[in-house]
Write a protein that binds this ligand. Structure first.
Ligand SMILES: [Zn+2]
Ligand SMILES: [Zn+2]
Length: 371
């Protein structure tokens, strides 16, 4: 058994260092996973700004990942050698969110409503730092490390034929967008608008295409628009072109708008266009945000008269995991994953990975913690 864990840290802006920590200890209900792929999510932004979300800190980074079980706590249903995807956090399994099969990130044990009062992340049992505390472990709560602790109910065995490369798209890239497509009710023949395209937008595109929807993207980054064409979108619309809305309407056979819109940037520029681009009774799903910044809507003109349903989220529901794994096994989806994962770096070269992320000339970026 290894005696140490190697953990990625960002001690100061634009600086990455690998730190040696004690090997994790797994208590009842937990497994130790040797992480094969830790996809980059918000960490490139953290590397630039050194501003952390409530669950991250300079020595605790990464929440997406796949790997192999190498150790189990007492009573685990997993065995060494099992290949798994790890979903983030450690939800309570008792609140209505958990028992109704909704998203663990929205579990009542995560006190979003108390965020402004100063939430101590290690005291949030459902969060990632809480995982280390629950196990009395000095490492392992996070994905950007060689070894990671996962609660049994947040790990799921991968089908034999599914590679780590394809399975690793099942977290924030294709996973939260799978749930978004499911909640927005995207079905074959629908017209879906995806705006503000980063890797989450690429994931929304892949999910909409998997459901045989007609997909129009609204974006300006030439690299990412080319990537969207490679994925097989039906239209790339320039949001600065005053004709974009007419071009969208031309796709929607008299309905005058998209059935669903996925806004992936949180920028008011794209939110306004998503609201404008939806048909009456359309569904808007927010997958991007701009922190606590507010956005103004006209309740009458934007929501009621046009009867828009607007929601958002950032996680995979429990009830969607099985369908998500089936999608990850689909050959067309795998070709799309191959296209949208544009870069892979050893974790020892994470600074290069984050620099590439900041250029925005990329899709999803994978880190390999064992290298
Ligand atoms: Zn993520
Ligand atoms: Zn819960």
């Amino acid at each position: 058994m290894p005696v140490a864990n190697t953990v990625l840290t960002i001690p100061e802006p634009r600086t990455v260092a690998l730190a040696s920590k004690p090997y994790p200890t797994a208590g009842p209900g937990f497994v130790i996973v040797e992480t094969a792929v830790a996809p980059v999510c918000n960490e490139a932004r953290i590397y630039r700004d050194h501003q952390f979300e409530w669950h991250d800190s300079p020595e605790h980074l990464g929440h997406e990942g796949v790997g192999t079980v190498v150790g189990t706590g007492p009573g685990s249903r997993f065995a060494a050698g099992d290949r798994v995807i790890v979903f983030q956090g450690n939800s309570c399994r008792e609140c209505f969110v958990c028992t109704e099969g909704l998203s663990p990130t929205h579990c009542l044990e995560i006190p979003y409503e108390g965020h402004d009062d100063g939430m101590a992340p290690q005291d949030v049992a459902a969060g990632l730092l809480g995982i280390e505390k629950a196990n009395g472990s000095s490492s392992g709560g996070f994905a950007m490390a060689r070894y990671r602790l996962a609660p049994n109910h947040m790990a799921m065995k991968l089908p034999d034929g599914l590679s780590f490369h394809h399975a690793a798209a099942g977290n924030c890239t294709l996973g939260c967008t799978y749930t978004a497509a499911e909640e927005a009710g995207v079905a074959a023949g629908d017209v879906v608008l995806v705006a503000g395209v980063g890797f989450i937008g690429l994931g929304a595109v892949a999910n909409a295409l998997y459901r045989n929807a007609t997909v129009a993207v609204l974006g300006r980054n030439p690299y990412r628009m080319d990537l969207c064409r490679k994925l097989g979108v039906h239209a790339v619309l320039d949001p600065d072109d005053p004709g974009w809305l007419d071009q969208l309407h031309a796709l929607t056979s008299g309905r005058r708008g998209a059935d669903a819109a996925f806004e992936c940037s949180g920028a008011p520029y794209y939110l306004e266009r998503c609201l404008a681009g939806l048909r009456r009774y359309g569904a808007l799903f927010s997958l991007g945000h701009d922190g606590p910044r507010r956005f103004s809507v006209s309740i009458l003109n934007d929501v009621m008269d046009r009867h828009i349903a607007w929601t958002g989220g950032h996680d995979v529901r429990f009830r969607d995991r099985d369908g998500l794994l089936r999608m990850l096994g689909d050959a067309d989806t795998q070709r799309r994953i191959d296209a949208l994962v544009t870069h892979t770096f050893p974790m020892s070269r994470a600074a290069e990975a984050f620099e590439v992320g900041l250029t925005r000339d990329c899709g999803k970026i994978y880190l390999l913690p064992q290298e």
